[in-house]
Design a protein around this ligand. Sequence first.
Ligand code: AMP
Ligand code: GLY
Length: 459
Amino acid sequence: MRWVGLQHKWKTCFTVCSGNVGVLKLFQRATQWNLVLNILLIGSGGREHALAWKIKQSPLCDTLFIAPGNGGTRELGTQVTLDTSDHDSVVAFCRIQNIELVVVGPEGPLVDGLTDSLRQAGILVFGPSKAAAQLEGSKNFTKALCDRMKIPTAAYGHFTNANDARAYVRQKGAPIVIKADGLAAGKGVTVAADLDTALSAIDDCFEGTFGDAGAEVVIEECLVGEEASMFFLCDGTTALPFGTAQDHKRVGDGDTGPNTGGMGAYSPAPVLDEQMQTRVLSEIVEPTLSGMAQAGAPFSGVLYAGLMITKDGPKLIEYNVRFGDPECQVLMMRLQSDLVPLLMACAEGDLAGKSAEWSDSFALTIVMAAKGYPGAYEKGSRISGLEALSGDMIEVFHAGTELRGEQVHAVGGRVLCITAGGKDAGSAQRLAYGAVQQVNWPEGFWRTDIGARAVAREQ
Ligand code: AMP
Ligand code: GLY
């Protein structure tokens, strides 16, 4: 961290001291003295475009590097190609570029322990350790923690062979939920309405459809209620509530078709009123942080609680150890506070007493995806009409795009996140769909009912 105008001197000093966390803290305590940082953001999705957009608004951000970024992040920072599985090369890059804060977007590098390597090198990093990332990396790890800390969640069994798993579902009956234990790119969960579907999902896991992720299986009671997500910034001991959202996971209108990474989201989630948020914090998230600290794996970073709001109160469906995508886009649209000091406070273990300001407005994002997604899709089609989409209440966050010259091309499944703000769900929805209509991309598709539940509540 450096004073503006004394950059070289402080860069040198920082490099010399970078292994010394005590000295680092002294530097960081001086944020009110107009210091600036070089920041590295890792990831390439709509989530990372939204994070880059917000980070770049911070007076604390000097140079922003994004590895690898996408077609939308080019104007916000320097795009770099880094092999995030090669931790030494990421550390070396940080040293050469005097990176003072690393923000890790996706779960892959978190579960792989990139943050541990960076911390060992004395580099400040936002994101959990490998041990703490098990909250997303292993469903059985999280269920066992829920057992120990009496956190409300679905009843479950854990299996390492197909015969025992089959016997369990025959005994419990359907509906029932079958989950590959490890990371399976969002595809490892089957909510089985009947026994045959449950049995074939068990076969899929143990026959290797999800690789190593399916070698262990968690089978859960099917929860009934309304699903919503709540986010928390964490520093190992303190959890700061950081917004609520609802996602649209299925590919088709009316929640039909296969699961995707998310086809749209809105924030706030009306079902998570203040009283419910207080219950989520005290019944679910605070015991989680205590349990993780007791296990020697304190959680810092962002904790994303996937919840079912049942007639008995909130129950944990799953944890993710990163911002949701596209939920992050709507959170960043509503966040009024400077994001960078909050990320720093998580990284430094200094979150107690901090708060975040939110706009009262509603935000909604519609994902435009390549036809065929979440199955096979074509890459390389041209997109136009984006230049006209600007204004205070509208942002286009790119996901799977690439710029060839100034021309935007689609190179992924989820491609654009058309994000709008409004005084209520209805106005944000109208603005976002109006903008989608102006995008010229014949090879794309989108759901036409994002936000329908929230709009219906308003009527
Ligand atoms: P996950 O990958 O764990 O987020 O699960 C994908 C989706 O499956 C969730 O968003 C829920 O809609 C659904 N799901 C997971 N677990 C349960 C459960 N125990 N009861 C009902 N639905 C569930
Ligand atoms: N949108 C769901 C997720 O990020 O996991």
